[in-house]
Design a protein around this ligand. Structure first.
Ligand code: RIB
Ligand code: CA
Length: 312
């Protein structure tokens, strides 16, 4: 069954690989549009990088929209230290020729959800949740029309990556995350608990290079750049690959296991801002508002990525 999706994203190398995974899966994914948000790098770069990625996949027809250029109520925090100045360092690609859509990304999300039959559109979010929360505040009626939000964000057993307590996507805009997590919309969360079990080890990176395609070489180049920061930080044999887990879950949920639990977002404490407090052991009677994924078949995940990206 083909799933209609909108990808909301702040490319970043891992976001870009997630977009390629979607574009390599046309039988299962009907990508209605890509909405960009400020996050890893500022909005002008995330909109550039999303279009660079679509053109890399020879899909200049994909509609790419600019969304919010800063969090709902805070200054923007970016992550060039991880992703490089452009956000897509690791392989030099030409500037995009395809246009950016005129419509604001938030309005595209609202219009699409109000047009498509209720319950038929899934939002796959790969960055800070500013666009989604802004759309929910501008048009509250869309909450009941969203089939599911599958998001990369948060952490519980793995703790934080941008602070000791918080994962980057949630940390950048905790108020936006709190809006989504209290909305009642069906949520599936791919946290660091999962992504840190999906390391881009040298054999896995080599598998992209060995595809013998231009896209495979670019992905290997991106991973080679993206991994240097995390390998030094964690002393691991590869960097965690975050955002493609969202599309992999959509395509092959059997590769994942999780638990339906309560997850709340810290928005006031400066020390724990953006922390996702998951009631994994059910010690409260709070509403179980999220499927919180805790484990992944990492070999199956990488096999899926190389198989689909080989098609591009
Ligand atoms: O913490 C990892 C997340 O932050 C990923 O989505 C990465 O692209 C960055 O946005
Ligand atoms: Ca991202």
């Amino acid at each position: 069954m083909t799933r209609k999706i909108i990808i909301d994203t702040d490319p970043g190398q891992d976001d870009a690989i997630a977009i390629l995974l979607a574009l390599g899966s046309p039988e299962e994914v009907d990508l209605l549009g890509i909405t960009c948000v400020a996050g890893n790098v500022p909005l002008d770069l995330t909109t550039r990088n999303a279009r660079v990625t679509c053109e890399l996949a020879n899909r200049p027809d994909i509609k790419v929209f600019a969304g919010c250029d800063r969090p709902m109520g805070r200054d923007l925090v970016t992550a060039e230290h991880v992703h490089g100045r452009t956000g897509l360092d690791g392989y030099d690609l030409p500037e995009p020729k395809m246009p950016l859509q005129e419509q604001h990304g938030v309005d595209f999300i609202i219009e699409t959800l109000q047009r498509e039959p209720s319950g038929t559109v899934t939002l796959c979010t790969l960055g800070p949740l500013t666009n989604i929360a802004t759309a929910l505040q501008k048009a509250p009626d869309i909450a009941g029309r969203i089939q599911e939000v599958i998001l990369m964000g948060g952490a519980y057993f793995e703790v934080g990556n941008i602070t000791p307590a918080a994962e980057f996507n949630i940390f950048v805009d905790p108020e936006a995350a709190a809006t989504l997590f209290t909305s009642g919309i069906p949520l599936t969360v791919l946290p660091l608990d999962t992504t840190h079990k999906a390391l881009a080890t040298p054999p896995r990176v080599a598998a992209f290079q060995q595809l013998g395609t231009h896209v495979g070489a670019v992905v290997a180049g991106w991973l080679g750049f993206f991994e240097r920061f995390d390998m030094e930080k964690y002393g691991s044999d590869g960097a965690p690959l975050h955002d493609p887990t969202v599309l992999a879950y959509l395509l092959r949920p059997d590769l994942f296991t999780g638990r339906h639990v309560n997850v709340e977002i810290e928005t006031t404490s400066p020390l724990t801002r953006g922390m996702t407090v998951a009631d994994w052991w059910g010690v409260t009677d709070r509403d179980r508002n999220a499927m919180f994924i805790g484990d992944i078949d990492a070999d199956g995940f990488y096999a899926l990525q190389t198989e689909r990206i080989a098609r591009l």
